[in-house]
Ligand binder design. Sequence first.
Ligand code: AMP
Length: 309
Amino acid sequence: MAVTVVGSIAFDSVRTPFGERERMLGGSAVHFSLAASFFSEVRVVGPVGEDFGDEQLAVLERRGVETGDIERVPGGETFFWRGHYEYDLNTAHTDETRLGVFADFAPKLSPGSRGAETLFLANIQPQLQQQVRAQCRDARLVALDSMNLWIETARDPLLAAIAEVDCVILNDAEIRELTAEPNLARAARTLMGLGPRMVVAKRGEYGAALFTADGFFALPGLPLEDVRDPTGAGDSFAGGFLGYLDSQGGEPDEAALRRAMGYGTVLASFNVEQFGTERVAALTREEVDERLRSLHRMTQFEAIPQPAR
Ligand code: AMP
């Protein structure tokens, strides 16, 4: 089993009420890869500039991520994002985005990356997501993320990309904006009408909800007392969710989907405890499973007593 991901590979400068960092390793594909690496083989696709060092590559390689499809562009500049958060850590405010080497990137995947069973089109220009989707015809589970920038500047290519995937993973506000539908249940239904059979609505610290044709399952976020930087939480969620599903193979049943939601929640919770990739890069599988057990103990959905008829 293997997961291929295309998305931003970035330097992030981030300010939160708890500190700030300049040019940390980041990007949607990086946060996703680190999280998914606890469950399955991960192959990351995308360009970086000359400013991207072996030190950054090593963070991925130490977690066993296959980096052969990361292309270093001579004279190029790595994708750069600057953002900040107010006390409401659920909303990221973008101060600057520089596409750098992504502006003229034409993805050409190696046979190994094309052959992955699971594909994640992480947040990046929808046109690039479409090009990668077209090269991975055999993937049995394809998911996509995006953000307000692309909803507002590349809406049609984004809708075309969504029509080609099985699962959409977006923030609840992005789902509402994309569908122009204020009611989340209806908005999820609208997205499924375009093609996908699953929609995951991420709700920041409040958790995440999964909509399927005839099902609904929501998990709260873990009640953390130390949150420093939410950047990458969404991608870490997607990495835990899809990495676990990939590791199970075949068509996921309801139990696998619920456990995948649990692993997504757990990886996102570790991600926000430190800046950038610091926490997830140093994590162990034992810590991941221990936290999934805590989440299970805290939520105990199966234990809600049935009301008398
Ligand atoms: P999230 O998981 O939603 O917090 O995503 C955080 C990551 O998204 C950061 O590491 C940024 O580098 C990356 N990012 C920010 N803006 C964009 C964009 N327009 N396209 C692709 N990636 C982005």
